[in-house]
Design a protein around this ligand. Structure first.
Ligand SMILES: Nc1ncnc2c1ncn2[C@@H]1O[C@H](COP(=O)(O)OP(=O)(O)O)[C@@H](O)[C@H]1O
Ligand SMILES: [Mg+2]
Length: 422
């Protein structure tokens, strides 16, 4: 009986069935898009294919992008671990035909079809009688094949409706598979990065620890020599001492960073006036600025803002900002430090008239080891740790730090800390 001869009731019934199938595909599609792991995803797809087409089993083969071969991924309804090792040839297989043509294929009886590749049945001890196969396509490119095997009802013959249903499922499934693969790739890349990061941290930990002991000994001897040496020898000893002190501050940076990373940094809290702290530390940098003929100005808050903080750690934050300001500002420039109360916070900013920072770099300079100029060709000293330490210290205090800058005009670094109540 052709469809034209159907009664209205029959037509309605067919339509109702279709709508029901589509609703199920929609629900399956929601599950598919929320499953980002490939293995479970493929299981869900074959399960759905088996149910929707009312078959004994379903399988998925995926195309290997490198070798161009088709590999079995899953076949549900069949107990076999060996399935995964099966490669299906593109020539001389039904799946291969589907890949090459990019079209669905319906085979009522595989024994009558020369394209049938019987090796799979031999491995799985499954007897394939009929196949409905559809391509899995993403953006017009075939990534694999979804097959339903052995229709259980309707005298074992697949219908055009089955083909329609399986094709619709395949369209959703293909996108979900592609997403899962992308996710896996992203995850892999992320894990490799984390591993690199870990190696870097380990290196910093070992290097700083190993350097500390010999340097302490060197500093001990130099101090001893300095007391005795006079004249030219005295000047030479002084140069060695300054270099050794610089080395020590680099190593201190590495150790501080390590403490922040491992969460070992502890705060020794006390009541502090930021007006007082800023005045003290700025004074310590006066001679450094003078050597570059830079002027340093301070503007304090009218009411001394009090915070509960670790003096040494805030010292480190301000010292880092000030030394950067001096370092990255040409001779004759101006540096301005300001303390102001903003709501229930106190803001401390260090502004300079230096080289500035391009917009795309402004987030990254707070990363460890990050420097705007490539380290091998740099004009400036340093390891690129100062700002990441400053950020870590400020955040330990429940505060924030940020930068505003215009390239070639200057930069303004600000950190905000919660004010002590009362
Ligand atoms: N005041 C500033 N003016 C211009 N660039 C700055 C300033 N402060 C920091 N930077 C940029 O941020 C980078 C990271 O700073 P930092 O972490 O202190 O490392 P370092 O001072 O060792 O280079 C610097 O190398 C520099 O490129
Ligand atoms: Mg620095």
């Amino acid at each position: 009986m052709s469809r034209e001869e159907w009664t209205l009731e029959e037509k309605v019934e067919v339509l109702e069935k279709r709508v029901a199938v589509l609703e199920r595909i929609l629900r399956i599609s929601q599950i598919l898009t929320s499953t980002l792991q490939l293995e479970p995803l493929l299981q869900i797809i074959t399960q759905a294919a088996t149910e929707l087409t009312d078959t004994e089993a379903s399988s998925i083969m995926l195309l290997d992008k490198n070798t161009g071969e088709l590999h079995f991924e899953v076949i549900n309804g069949v107990k076999s671990e060996e399935v995964k090792r099966i490669t299906v040839p593109l020539e001389g297989s039904i799946a291969g035909w589907i890949v090459r043509e990019g079209k669905p294929l319906l085979i009522p009886d595989v024994r009558q079809d020369p394209r049938f590749y019987s090796k799979v049945d031999e491995t799985t001890h499954f007897e394939t009688r009929s196949i409905l196969g559809v391509p899995l396509q993403v953006k017009g490119e075939v990534i694999g094949v979804l097959e339903a095997l052995n229709k259980k009802t309707g005298r074992g013959i697949f219908t055009q409706d089955d083909m329609h249903t399986l094709s619709t499922l395949a369209a959703h499934a293909a996108i979900a598979i592609e997403n899962a693969r992308l996710m896996t790739e992203t995850q892999k890349a992320y894990e490799e990065l984390s591993e690199l990061d870990r190696l870097k941290s380990d290196f910093v930990a070992i290097a700083s620890h190993e350097l500390q002991t010999p340097l302490t000994i060197i500093l001990g001897y130099i101090s001893f020599l300095k007391e005795r040496a006079t004249g030219e020898a005295g000047e030479q000893v002084e140069i060695v001492l300054q270099s050794a002190l610089r080395l020590r501050s680099l190593i201190d940076d590495m150790i501080n960073l390590r403490h922040i990373e491992t969460g070992e940094a502890e705060l020794e809290l006390e009541r502090l006036s930021l007006n007082e702290l800023v005045t003290t530390i700025t004074a310590e940098f006066a001679s450094l600025a003078e050597a570059k003929r830079q002027s340093i100005g301070i503007r304090l808050a009218p009411q001394p803002p009090m915070v509960e903080a670790d003096r040494q750690k805030l010292h480190l934050v301000l010292a880092n900002l000030l030394s950067n300001a001096i370092k990255f500002t040409p001779e004759g420039g101006r540096i301005q430090v300001e303390v102001e109360t903003k709501g229930n916070e106190v803001w401390v900013s260090v502004r300079d008239t230096g080289i500035g920072i391009p917009p795309r770099e402004q987030e990254r300079i707070f990363d460890r080891f990050y420097q705007v100029e490539p380290s091998l060709t740099r004009r400036f000293e340093g390891m690129g740790l100062g700002l990441s330490i400053a950020k870590g210290m400020v955040e330990l205090h429940g505060g924030r730090i940020w930068v505003e800058s215009v390239e070639g005009m200057g930069s303004s670094f600000t950190f905000a800390l919660p004010l002590l109540e009362g």
